[in-house]
Write a protein that binds this ligand. Structure first.
Ligand SMILES: [Zn+2]
Length: 531
C-alpha cells in the first residue's frame, strides 16, 4: 500500500526565537536554516520580515534552499484594505516561497484583543490569503488559540479555518497557542475539523505547557492532520514547542507511523539528527540535554552489569530502537570494541583510511577518552578531531612552533583622559631556523592574541591571509573540583568553508590559544601547505 505523505514544518527560527535568552543573528539563522534544509524538513519558517532588521535582511534576498522557505506575519489589520497595510506589504515583498499568516480563531480574542467583529476577522483572513496567492506564494494560516476557540465557539473557529482553505490556502494549521490542550481533546477537535477541511490540508502546532506537545502532535495525525509544526530541541516560548527531534525518529522508526506515512527526511538524513540537535545547543551556548530522547548522550547508555552483557549479545534486548539510526551511539561503559568502531566510523567520515588492527587507532581512542573526561567535546569540534586523528596517525607536518607568547591587559588613561582597557599580545613563532616576532592590539586579550598570531607566519602567511574567525564561544565546565573553560572557535576560509576547533584549560587564554592554533594548522593541512 502506498504510504501517505506527512509534512514537517520547522519554526525554530520564528517561534523558537521567542525563547527566553535566545537571540539569533542573521548568521545563526542562515546556518540553522541550512542545517534544517540538510535534514530534509519540508518547511522552514525563517522569521517575521518587517518586524525586526534581522528578519527583514534574512528575507531580503533569495536564499536558494530546497526547503519551502517561509515568512511569517499577520493578516491585514481590521478596517484596512489589503493594499493599504504596510505590515502585509512587507510580508508580500519578502523573498519567501511561502507565507504563513497568523489569525485569530477564537471569537473572544477577536472582540477583546482585535476589537473588531467576527465578520471583519473572516474578511481579513480571506483578503490576506488572496493577496499572497496573487503574489504566487504558497499560503498557510496559523489559527491562533484554535483549541480554546473551538471549545468556546466551534462554529466560528471552523469558519476561520475554512475561510483560508476556501480561498486557496495550502494549509490550515491548528495552534494550541497556550499549550493547555490534552491529547484526547486534540484528537476529538482535529477529527471534527477534518470533516470540514480535508486532513491533507490540516496542520498541528502544539506547545508544551503540559509536556504533551509531542503526544498532541501525534494525536492530531491520528485524527487526520498531515502537517506537524515544531522546533529543534523543542525550543520555544515558555515550555517550548513540539520537539521535532523526538517527532522525526518516532515517525521514521515506529511501525504505527513508518508503515503508514512517508516524510521528507531520508534514512541518511535521520543519521544526522543527533549532530543537528547538538549543533543547535552549541550555537546557543547551552549544554545539550544528556537525557534527551533519541539524541541525548545517555539515551542509549547502559551501566555495566547484566544489562551491559545482554546488550553486547543482542542490543535489541534493552533498546527500543537502534542508536545508529539517529546518529547517536550506544554507550556501554565502555567496551574497547564499541569505542574502536566509533573511532573508525569517524575516521571514515573525514576521509582517513585506517585499519582496525592498527595500534594507533587504539591509541587515538585512548587519547579521545582521556581528553573528553577533562572537558574536550570532539563531536562539536570536528576540525580539532581531525587534527588529533591525523597527528596520532602521523600525517601532520610540524609547520611551526610557538617560541613564546605574552598577553597583557591594562587599564590606563587615553589621550582624552578617559580610562580605557587596552589588550596587547606579542607572539614569537619559530619556522625552521627563523624566528618571527609579531605584536598586536585587540578588543580584549583573545582578539589581540589572534591578531598577533596571524600577523606573520612567514612562508605560510599566504595560506591563512583570508582566514576569518566567525564565532567564539566560551563555556565554564565543572569537572571534579576545579572549573575549566572550554572554548570553541568557528573559522571560515576564502572558499566559504567553515570548521570548528576546541581548546580546554583552567585558563581562558590558554584554552583560546589551543583553539586558535588548531584552526590555523587545520587550514594549512587543508590547503596542502608544504612542511
Ligand atoms: Zn506557537
Amino acid at each position: 500500500m502506498a504510504r501517505e505523505r506527512l509534512y514537517l514544518f520547522d519554526t525554530t527560527l520564528r517561534d523558537g526565537a521567542q525563547t527566553n535568552g535566545v537571540d539569533f543573528t542573521l548568521a545563526d539563522k542562515l546556518a540553522i536554516a541550512g542545517m534544517l534544509d540538510d535534514l530534509g524538513i519540508d518547511y522552514v519558517e525563517g522569521g517575521y520580515p518587517g518586524a525586526n532588521p534581522t528578519d527583514t535582511e534574512l528575507f531580503g534576498e533569495d536564499r536558494k534552499f530546497d526547503t519551502t522557505f517561509t515568512a511569517f506575519g499577520m493578516t491585514r489589520r481590521p478596517g484596512r484594505s489589503a493594499s493599504n497595510d504596510p505590515g502585509l506589504a512587507a510580508l508580500l515583498e519578502a523573498k519567501a516561497d511561502a507565507i504563513c499568516f497568523v489569525a485569530k480563531a477564537w471569537d473572544y480574542h477577536v472582540r477583546v484583543a482585535l476589537e473588531t467583529t467576527d465578520e471583519e476577522n473572516l474578511a481579513s483572513i480571506r483578503d490576506s490569503v488572496k493577496a499572497a496567492k496573487a503574489k504566487g506564494r504558497e499560503v498557510l494560516l496559523d489559527c491562533e488559540h484554535f483549541f480554546d476557540g473551538y471549545k468556546a465557539n466551534p462554529k466560528y473557529a471552523i469558519e476561520c479555518a475554512k475561510a483560508a482553505y476556501d480561498e486557496g490556502a495550502r494549509w490550515v494549521v491548528l495552534c494550541d497557542t497556550n499549550g493547555g490542550t490534552l491529547p484526547h481533546e486534540v484528537k476529538e477537535i482535529v477529527g471534527a475539523v477534518c470533516k470540514a477541511i480535508p486532513g491533507d490540508h490540516v496542520g498541528i502546532h502544539a506547545h508544551n505547557d503540559t509536556e504533551q506537545a509531542v503526544a498532541n502532535s501525534f494525536a492530531a495525525v491520528r485524527a487526520g492532520a498531515r502537517q506537524i509544526q515544531g522546533t529543534l530541541n523543542g525550543l520555544g516560548e515558555r515550555c517550548g514547542n513540539a520537539n521535532l527531534v523526538s517527532i522525526i525518529p518516532t515517525l521514521k522508526l515506529k511501525p504505527e507511523f513508518a508503515g503508514k506515512f512517508e516524510i521528507g527526511v531520508t534514512d541518511a538524513q535521520l543519521h544526522k539528527l543527533t549532530l543537528a540537535s547538538h549543533a543547535l545547543d552549541e550555537r546557543l551556548n547551552r549544554a545539550p540535554n544528556r537525557h534527551a530522547p533519541y539524541v541525548g548522550e545517555s539515551a542509549f547508555a547502559t551501566k555495566a552489569g547484566i544489562h551491559a552483557s545482554a546488550i553486547m549479545k543482542d542490543p535489541a534486548t534493552y533498546e527500543h530502537t537502534a542508536p545508529e539510526a539517529v546518529g547517536n551511539r550506544r554507550k556501554v561503559l565502555v567496551s574497547e570494541q564499541a569505542g574502536k568502531s566509533n573511532i573508525l566510523t569517524e575516521l571514515e567520515r573525514i576521509g582517513i583510511k585506517a585499519d582496525k588492527d592498527d595500534p594507533r587507532v587504539g591509541r587515538l581512542l585512548e587519547i579521545v577518552k582521556e581528553r573528553e573526561t577533562i572537558g574536550y567535546a570532539y563531536e562539536a569540534a570536528d576540525a580539532s578531531f581531525e587534527l588529533l586523528a591525523r597527528r596520532t596517525l602521523g600525517t601532520v607536518p610540524n609547520y611551526f612552533d610557538i617560541a613564546q607568547f605574552d598577553v597583557t591587559v591594562a587599564q590606563q588613561a587615553n589621550a582624552d583622559g578617559k580610562r580605557v582597557t587596552v589588550s596587547k599580545a606579542t607572539v614569537q613563532v619559530r619556522i625552521g631556523s627563523e624566528i618571527l616576532s609579531s605584536e598586536a592590539e585587540g578588543d580584549g586579550p583573545v582578539n589581540a592574541l589572534d591578531l598577533a598570531l596571524r600577523k606573520d607566519l612567514g612562508k605560510y602567511q599566504k595560506y591563512i591571509a583570508r582566514l576569518k574567525l566567525t564565532d567564539y564561544r566560551v563555556r565554564i565546565l565543572n569537572s571534579g573540583t576545579e572549573a575549566v573553560t572550554r572554548v570553541l572557535i568557528e573559522s571560515e576560509d576564502e572558499a566559504g568553508e567553515n570548521w570548528i576547533t576546541i581548546g580546554v584549560s583552567t585558563n581562558i587564554i590558554d584554552a583560546s590559544f589551543q583553539a586558535l592554533m588548531d584552526s590555523i594548522i587545520y587550514k594549512l593541512v587543508k590547503s596542502g601547505a608544504p612542511a
